[in-house]
Design a protein around this ligand. Structure first.
Ligand code: AP5
Ligand code: ZN
Length: 217
C-alpha cells in the first residue's frame, strides 16, 4: 500500500503518520526526517540541503527524489509506506508515479490535512520531540503524561527543530501555497484525493484517518 499525507507545515502529518504506522504496520517515510538525518551525517546531499531548510525553502527535486528512491528500495518498505512530506512539487509527484509504475505499485490514497494558517503557526512554535525515539509533543496540546519523560521510551531529553521559528515558518507556508498546494488538484485528477478536516483533536483526526485508510487498503 502507498498512502500520501499532504498538508502544510504543522498540519500534523508526522503525528498522524506515526499513529497510522502503529495501527496498520506501514512504514512512515518523512523526507524532512531523511533530510535532517543527511544534514546530521554531513553527506553531500545533507550539506547542500542545510541552508535551504534553515531558510524554509524547498530542497531541490533531484536531491529529495534520490533520497526517497533509495529509502523506498529498502526491504522494510515492502510492508507498505506512508509518505509524509513527499511529494511537495509536481515534478516529485511525477517522479513518484514513475517509480511506482516500475515496481507495479499504485497510490491507494492521497489524504490532504486541511488546517488554517494561523493554527499551523501555533502548532509549529510549540512543537518539540523526544531525543530518544522522535515522538512528537507540544507545549500546550500534547505534553508527556509524566512531566519531562517520554511516554513512548522514557527518555528525558527533548529537542526543537532549527527551522521552527516565526521567520522560517512564514517561508515554509509560502512554499507550501506556491509549490505543494497544486498537488491537491493533481491527485483529485488522478482519483485518489481524500480531504480531511485537521483542525480538531489529534485523536479525532486519527479516527477519521483510520476510517479512510481501512477503506482504501
Ligand atoms: P518537514 O520535516 O516535512 O516539515 P513540514 O512539512 O514543515 O512539516 P512539519 O514536520 O513541520 O509538520 P507536520 O505536519 O509533520 O506536523 P506535526 O505532526 O509535527 O520539512 C522540513 C524541511 O525539509 C522543508 O521546509 C524543506 O526545506 C525540506 N523538505 C522536506 N521534504 C521535502 C520535499 N519533499 N521536497 C523539498 N524539500 C523538502 O505537528 C506539529 C505540532 O502540532 C506538534 O507539536 C504536534 O504535537 C501538534 N499537533 C499535531 N496535530 C495536532 C492537533 N490536531 N491539534 C493540536 N496540536 C497538534
Ligand atoms: Zn521517546
Amino acid at each position: 500500500a502507498v498512502l500520501i499525507l499532504l498538508g502544510p507545515p504543522g498540519a500534523g502529518k508526522g503525528t498522524q503518520a506515526r499513529m497510522l504506522e502503529e495501527k496498520f504496520g506501514l512504514v512512515q517515510l518523512s523526507t524532512g526526517d531523511l533530510l535532517r538525518d543527511a544534514v546530521a551525517a554531513g553527506t553531500d546531499a545533507g550539506n547542500a540541503a542545510k541552508a535551504v531548510m534553515e531558510a524554509g525553502d524547498l530542497v531541490s527535486d533531484g536531491i529529495v527524489i534520490a533520497i526517497l528512491r533509495d529509502r523506498m528500495a529498502e526491504p522494510d518498505c515492502s510492508k507498505g509506506v506512508i509518505l509524509d512530506g513527499f511529494p511537495r512539487t509536481t515534478v516529485q509527484a511525477e517522479a513518484l508515479d514513475g517509480l511506482l509504475a516500475s515496481s507495479d505499485q499504485k497510490i491507494n490514497a492521497a489524504i490532504s490535512l486541511e488546517v488554517e494558517d494561523a493554527e499551523m503557526v501555533t502548532r509549529i512554535s510549540g512543537r518539540y520531540t523526544c531525543a530518544g525515539c522522535g515522538e512528537g509533543y507540544h507545549d500546550t496540546y500534547k505534553q508527556p503524561i509524566e512531566d519531562g519523560k517520554c511516554d513512548k521510551c522514557g527518555h528525558t531529553e527533548f529537542k526543537r527543530r532549527a527551522d521552527d521559528n516565526a521567520e522560517t515558518v512564514a517561508s515554509r507556508l509560502a512554499a507550501y501555497h506556491a509549490q505543494t498546494a497544486p498537488l491537491i488538484d493533481y491527485y483529485q485528477a488522478h482519483g485518489v484525493l481524500k480531504g480531511i478536516d485537521a483542525m480538531g483533536q489529534i485523536d479525532d483526526i486519527a479516527q477519521d484517518l483510520q476510517g479512510i485508510v481501512s477503506e482504501v487498503m
